[in-house]
Design a protein around this ligand. Structure first.
Ligand SMILES: *Cc1c(COP(=O)(O)O)cnc(C)c1O
Length: 221
C-alpha cells in the first residue's frame, strides 16, 4: 500500500498546476492530515462541523479549511472565524445566514454555490432557475460579508462515464453562463469545484479548477 505522501504525489503529477487539490480528510485522523500537510498540502476539506471543530485547533494554522458538507444554519458560527471556503451553499437562507456570521466576524466569507447536477434526489444544490433567481434578487446586493467565488457540483454515483461527463459538461456550461451574466466584473469568481476520487480527471477535462479527493489520498473511510 502506498503512503499518503505517495498518493498525493501521484495525484499532483496527474493534474495541471492551476487545479487546486483539496484533500478531503473527513473521518481521518489529525495524524493522517499532518502527513499530507508535511508533504506540502495546505487545502483540506471536511464535511461535518463538529469534526472540523475538533481537528482545526490541533493542526497548523496555515491550513486552508474547506467546508464541503451540508451545512446547518445554526452551526455556521463555529467555523465562520476561520473557514477558507464553503463549497456547499445550497439555499438562499444559508447564504444569508453565512453573511450574518461574516459580519459578526468582521470578514467576508468565501462561498461556492452548490448546483444539483446528479440524477439522485438525495444530493443537495440549486437548480439553474433558483440560481438565476437569487443572483438577480435585490436581497443579494445587500450581502456584503460573503464573496461568491464560483460553483460546486457532484456527479451521480455511477460507473457510467458518459453520464458523469455529461453532468460535468452541463455544470461547466452553467458556470460560464453565470460568470458572464452576473460576475463579469468580478475576477474572483473563478472556481468550479467538481471531481472526486473516481472522476477527477474527467472533471478537469471538463473545466474543473478544484478537485476534492479523499479516498485516493487517505484510503477507505
Ligand atoms: C467525501 C466527499 C468527497 C471526497 O470523496 P472521495 O470519493 O473519497 O474522493 C468530495 N466531495 C464531497 C462533497 C464529499 O462529501
Amino acid at each position: 500500500m502506498n503512503s499518503i505522501a505517495q498518493n498525493i504525489s501521484q495525484i499532483q503529477k496527474s493534474i495541471p498546476r492551476d487545479v487546486t487539490l483539496i484533500c478531503v480528510s473527513k473521518f481521518h485522523s489529525v495524524e493522517a492530515i499532518q502527513k499530507a500537510y508535511d508533504s506540502g498540502e495546505r487545502n483540506f476539506g471536511e464535511s461535518r462541523v463538529q469534526e472540523l471543530q475538533v481537528k482545526q485547533p490541533q493542526l497548523p494554522c496555515d491550513i486552508q479549511w474547506h467546508f464541503i458538507g451540508h451545512l446547518q444554519t445554526n452551526k455556521i458560527k463555529y467555523i465562520a472565524p476561520y473557514v477558507s471556503l464553503i463549497h456547499s451553499v445550497d439555499s438562499f437562507k444559508l447564504l444569508k445566514a453565512i453573511n450574518k456570521e461574516g459580519k459578526k466576524n468582521n470578514r467576508k466569507i468565501a462561498c461556492l454555490l452548490q448546483v444539483h447536477i446528479a440524477k439522485e434526489e438525495s444530493k443537495f444544490g440549486f437548480s439553474e432557475e433558483e440560481l438565476t433567481n437569487i443572483l438577480s434578487s435585490d436581497e443579494m446586493k445587500e450581502l456584503h460579508h460573503i464573496e461568491i467565488k464560483g460553483l460546486m457540483g457532484m456527479a451521480t454515483f455511477t460507473d457510467n462515464q458518459q453520464q458523469v461527463a455529461s453532468e460535468f459538461t452541463q455544470l461547466a456550461q452553467l458556470y460560464s453562463t453565470i460568470k458572464k451574466r452576473f460576475f463579469s466584473q468580478q475576477p474572483s469568481f473563478k472556481e468550479l469545484s467538481m471531481g472526486m476520487s473516481n472522476d477527477y480527471l474527467l472533471a478537469i477535462e471538463k473545466g474543473s479548477t478544484m478537485i476534492r479527493i479523499g479516498t485516493t489520498i487517505f484510503g477507505k473511510r
